[in-house]
Design a protein around this ligand. Structure first.
Ligand SMILES: Nc1nc2c(ncn2[C@@H]2O[C@H](COP(=O)(O)OP(=O)(O)O)[C@@H](O)[C@H]2O)c(=O)[nH]1
Ligand SMILES: [Mg+2]
Length: 463
């Protein structure tokens, strides 16, 4: 992708297959000229930016290939920052590919994956975080993730990182200046002021790093696994939650052998649910593999929904099965339609004695015959996994941004403790530089060693 900004790239921007229309995008210095080559009629018109032109697309022999609408965006006023032409043609794979062939014959290059966005980044239309959000937006499958991605594209999270970047630069510049002027006895910055600034930055970075957990769940969806012994009603619950008839339900224990997935949208979030083979000792080879898969699925999940049958509670068995559950857990007291309230109270007492840390909200009465069960369980899962109403906050959703923010935070932590221990400015500067570099890498800004300039802009030597 590098060093080809002189070339004009082209690609079909709509998904493969047949559709009402297909859109072909051209970007680069020769975009308009190429469009005029395949649609000579355009030469007779005065082409203005952001205007659409009804055009005839002709092949090299002059034969009419398609009627299309061509939209022109002049350089500096397009997504990529370059001259861009979008050709909306009839959505036949043959026609759109033929148009691409024609453009290539006239000198266009086939775009590589993500190259339009890459050019937008190289031309400073967007930063790296925004470039990543373009991808998230395209991939979003629910309201929450689309909204978060849209806000990122608008620069919501970039502004947070930029603000951190700018203040970190200030701190680093002052520390470096204090190294330079230490022999002259000039106190460039009060260490207490510096400490206060770094701690404030640390807090902001910490919030961003912590937002990743929710960010990931918003982007990728929440993975919940239904676990429990055979016949407690796991498959019935999967069908209820996913509003589908995915899993086979029978009164025969051991019906579910493999992991079955269901998905559902709830309050803007995507839930992926997996139903598993009931946990029990078995001689059946196939069932054994199924039970093994159940355990593996539980490890991969964000939350385990452990199902117990209120009509047959076996404390010993529950204790043993819960041993392998490490992460967040909610217990579903199922078949509640079949029991009386003293039985429910007794079941809750048994569970409480098994898991002393269990809170009331972590046990939910369920029955596949009660339509409110779905809402109750999905709401509880959402609440259990923490602040998911963060759609309006700046949320880190990319692993890259998370790793780099985490590194930046770690380096900030070290800088703060070095400063508190009154270590030499050189050490503090070294860690701060690492922290800053990581933020700059997040945004795709190149680190520029001109921080001293900034210092001199702020105060003069004569002071
Ligand atoms: N009354 C009642 N029966 C249920 C409920 N959930 C499941 N069942 C019945 O219990 C049996 C086993 O259900 P299933 O969903 O296959 O359990 P699994 O083995 O845990 O997947 C079936 O006969 C279901 O109809 C419930 O909430 N109430
Ligand atoms: Mg089942």
């Amino acid at each position: 992708m590098r060093n080809r900004s002189e070339q004009t790239i082209c690609a079909i921007s709509t998904p493969p297959g047949t559709g009402g229309i297909a859109v072909i995008r051209l970007s680069g210095p020769g975009a308009l000229q190429l469009a005029q080559k395949i649609s000579p009629g355009l030469l007779k018109k005065t082409i203005q930016s952001h205007r659409a032109y009804f055009s005839m697309i002709r092949d090299s022999s002059g034969e009419l290939l398609d009627e299309a609408v061509i939209t022109y965006f002049e350089a500096g006023k397009s997504f990529t920052g370059e001259q861009v032409v979008e050709i909306s043609c009839h959505g036949s794979e043959y026609i759109s590919e033929k148009i691409i062939d024609l453009l290539v014959d006239h000198g266009a290059s086939l775009a590589e994956k993500g190259e339009f966005t890459f050019r937008a980044f190289m031309n400073n239309r967007i930063d790296l975080v925004q470039a990543e959000s373009v991808l998230s937006l395209i991939q979003s499958q629910n309201q929450a993730s689309a909204r978060v991605a849209m806000r990122q594209l608008q620069g919501h999270i970039s502004r947070k990182f930029e603000s951190i970047e700018s203040r970190l630069t200030w701190c680093l510049a002052h520390i470096e200046a204090s190294i330079d002027f230490s022999t002259e006895g000039i106190d460039v910055v009060d260490p207490l002021v510096l400490l206060e600034k770094l701690k404030a930055l640390r807090q902001e970075m910490f919030i961003l790093v912590s937002s990743y957990r929710s960010g990931r769940l918003i982007k990728e969806g929440i993975k919940a696994v239904l676990l429990g012994k055979p016949n407690v009603g796991k498959s019935s619950l999967l069908n209820l939650f996913s509003e589908d008839d995915k899993a086979i339900v029978t009164p025969i224990a051991g019906t579910t052998r493999d992991v079955i997935h269901g998905a559902t949208l709830f309050e803007g979030l995507r839930f992926t649910l997996s139903d598993t083979a009931g946990l029990r000792e078995t001689r059946d080879e196939v069932e054994k593999i199924g039970v093994d898969r159940s355990h593996k699925e539980a490890l991969r999940a964000d939350i385990v929904l452990y199902v117990v049958d209120l009509t047959s509670i076996d404390a010993q068995e529950i204790r043993q099965q819960l041993q392998s559950v490490a992460g967040p857990l909610i217990i579903l007291l199922n078949k509640s339609d079949l029991v009386s309230s003293p039985q429910i109270t007794q079941a809750r007492e048994i569970l409480q004695s098994l898991i002393p840390t269990l809170e009331e909200k972590d046990t939910i009465l369920t029955s596949h015959l009660d339509p409110d069960t779905r809402i109750r369980v999905l709401t509880a899962v959402k609440n259990k996994l923490g602040q998911m109403n963060v759609m309006d906050e700046a949320v880190v959703t990319s692993a890259r941004q998370y790793e780099m923010s985490k590194y930046s935070l770690d380096m900030l932590d070290v800088s703060i403790s070095e400063l508190e221990k009154k270590m030499g400015a050189e050490f503090i500067a070294m860690y701060l530089k690492e922290s800053l570099l990581s933020v700059q890498r997040i945004l795709g800004h190149v680190f520029d060693d001109q921080i001293m300039d900034r210092v001199f802009k702020e105060f003069c030597l004569g002071k």
